[in-house]
Design a protein around this ligand. Structure first.
Ligand SMILES: Cc1cc2nc3c(=O)[nH]c(=O)nc-3n(C[C@H](O)[C@H](O)[C@H](O)COP(=O)(O)OP(=O)(O)OC[C@H]3O[C@@H](n4cnc5c(N)ncnc54)[C@H](O)[C@@H]3O)c2cc1C
Length: 483
């Protein structure tokens, strides 16, 4: 089934308790902090119904004949991944920008758990049936699905039991209807999504005492007892002419409080199960890292395009030192492209027969994309020059007393009018220098786990044996060194 944008808007009018700037939000879809991003998400739903986009956005389910979104289709062959990349491309171009947490980038976390069905069966076969049912439900219902991993955590030198136990989400009690949980999670897009896959944060699951914290479940974002306490929005305090990205793409993050929330049994994926917690932490991003890294490709194109337009309009493009900087940006961009392309070309079968991007290439690509992100943004900032931060606002370009001066000093040549130069500089500022640009840099660093976890994923998936074999051969080492 394919939802419409309005069906999505109605689905989040479910009485959920959302706070922002200390106030209870009466209607999420129309609140100025949420409206721009809700409208974008709604637009994606509507695209799938339009002739111009239908073929890229949806596929016919062979069993039911229903049209479903390509973004949630289980990947079984390489073409599925190419189709998903086309879906992302169509969405980014239609939106005219980059939104990250729109469902396709988080749904794969459930596929990872599906791969661990054998682990889930160790405790209770109901749980592996539950994950299979939820994967199907998201596809059939076109549900906006997001991700909740990170607890406030508190003092890491203390065990959770030795401080406020709510610092990590935990089991309160079991009932006939389900489990009752308490704690909190940080979660992008929670306030305007339908559901989240809630799971434990990174922890040492060797300690059985933590078992009340080893919980995985699907949580309805309108469930009684949930409180969405959102950070201040960027979008509603700025003018669109001056902040064209901030005012459209602010993906509001939430501190999601679970104040004794009942999770029905059919939504429980594992509980009191430290091995399942370890499994999901070790495999969580095996699919979802692909769309996450793919977004950085689009951010790279935005940096390159903005920097190059600026160099062209000011006649700097042919300067060799400027070209070198553009080449560094291109090298970063193509490094991301190469990792993504190769990860599909050399894709691997998962334990449950799905097709995973090649894990080593995908995770090394994630490190390449994210660890270089701040340095590349800085090169783009440098190439845009200081005018991105000293240029007056749109109102100044319009006001009768100042307009002639703005026209005089911002008209660069016959091709670049003052208005186009102003637009490019405003866009560059919002991409690289604004509050939201800084926020996005931190998002890229942390939102799909912190950098140390990215490196840990590389360590766990790189084939070190090949290098050991080669050195053993080259150095003439005996077989004993391999233990
Ligand atoms: C904009 C944004 C959006 C986010 N969206 C989501 C979301 O949708 N869902 C979600 O679940 N989470 C989300 N997060 C949370 C994100 O996953 C966490 O920020 C991240 O996991 C790090 O946790 P922390 O912030 O508590 O940092 P801390 O755990 O306090 O870590 C801070 C730093 O300490 C060091 N450190 C900590 N522990 C270790 C360790 N074991 N080994 C080595 N070094 C360590 C590292 O340098 C680390 O970066 C988001 C974060 C941001 C900034």
């Amino acid at each position: 089934m394919l939802r419409t944008g309005d069906e999505y808007r109605d689905s989040i009018r479910d009485g959920r308790e959302v706070y922002i700037d200390g106030e209870l939000v009466a209607d999420v879809p129309s609140h100025p902090a949420f409206k721009p991003i809700v409208d974008l998400r709604a637009r994606i739903y509507d695209m799938a119904h339009e002739d111009a986009h239908r073929e890229v956005m949806a596929y016919a389910d062979p069993a039911s004949g229903e049209s479903n979104t390509i973004s949630y289709k289980l990947p079984r062959e390489k073409q599925d991944w190419h189709d998903k990349a086309r879906w992302v491309d169509a969405v980014m171009r239609e939106m005219g920008g980059v939104a990250i947490r729109i469902g396709d980038e988080t749904v794969g976390e459930m596929w990872s758990l599906y791969d661990g069905s054998d682990v889930l069966d160790e405790v209770d076969p109901r749980f592996s049936a539950n994950i299979a049912a939820h994967i199907e439900r998201v596809v059939q219902g076109d549900i906006f699905h997001v991700s909740a991993n990170t607890d406030p955590k508190g003092d890491r030198s203390k065990r959770p039991q030795d401080q406020d136990p709510d610092m990590l989400l935990h089991l309160v009690k079991e009932t006939d209807a389900g489990i009752v949980v308490r704690g909190a999670k940080y979660e992008t897009a929670a306030a305007y999504a339908n559901q989240a896959f809630v799971k434990p944060t990174i922890a040492n699951w060797g300690d059985d005492k933590l078992s009340d914290y080893a919980l995985g479940f699907i949580c309805d974002m309108g469930a009684p007892g949930l409180k969405h306490i959102c950070r201040t929005g960027f979008a509603d305090s700025k003018k669109p002419e001056d902040y064209p990205i901030t005012t459209r793409f602010d993906e509001v993050d939430t501190l999601l409080i679970f104040d004794d929330v009942l999770v029905p049994w059919e939504n429980v994926l594992f509980y009191r199960h430290t091995r399942a917690a370890s499994f999901i932490r070790g495999t969580l991003h095996r699919y979802s890292a692909y769309p996450f890294v793919l977004r950085v490709l689009y951010l790279a194109d935005m940096m390159i395009g903005t920097a190059l337009f600026n160099c062209r309009q000011t006649g700097l493009e042919n300067n060799p030192a400027v070209r070198e900087k553009l080449a560094v940006l291109a090298g970063w961009r193509e490094g991301i492209n190469a990792h993504l392309t190769a990860s599909i070309a050399m894709a691997e079968e998962s334990p449950k027969g799905l097709l995973m991007p090649n894990q080593s290439l995908l995770y090394t690509g994630r490190v390449h994309a994210i660890s270089n992100y701040p340095a590349m943004a800085h090169i783009a900032r440098e190439l845009c020059g200081g005018q991105i931060c000293v240029t007056p606002d749109f109102a100044t370009f319009q006001a009768p007393a100042t307009k002639p001066w703005m026209d005089k000093f911002y008209t660069v040549n016959e091709n670049w009018t003052a208005e186009d130069r102003r637009r490019l500089l405003a866009f560059g500022r919002d991409l690289l220098n604004s509050d939201y640009a800084g926020h996005r840099t931190t998002f890229e660093l942390f939102a799909q786990s912190p950098p140390f976890a990215h490196l840990n994923a590389v360590y766990n998936n790189f084939d070190f044996e090949n290098a050991l074999d080669f050195v053993q051969k080259c150095a003439g080492l005996s077989d004993k060194v391999r233990g």
